[in-house]
Write a protein of this length. Structure first.
Length: 42
């Protein structure tokens, strides 16, 4: 994923598709589910 694509997702100028979510999760070394969960969830 390019920096431009990531920036557009962050600025809500581009939709985050499932393949984008997986790429972001891999870069952060977390599961895609971790990105979708409420930060306060246990």
């Amino acid at each position: 994923m390019s920096n431009t694509m990531l920036s557009r997702i962050e600025l809500a100028k581009r939709r985050c598709d499932i393949d984008d979510l997986v790429a972001i999760a891999e870069a952060l070394q977390v599961s895609p589910l971790a990105l979708l969960q409420d930060p306060g969830a246990t």
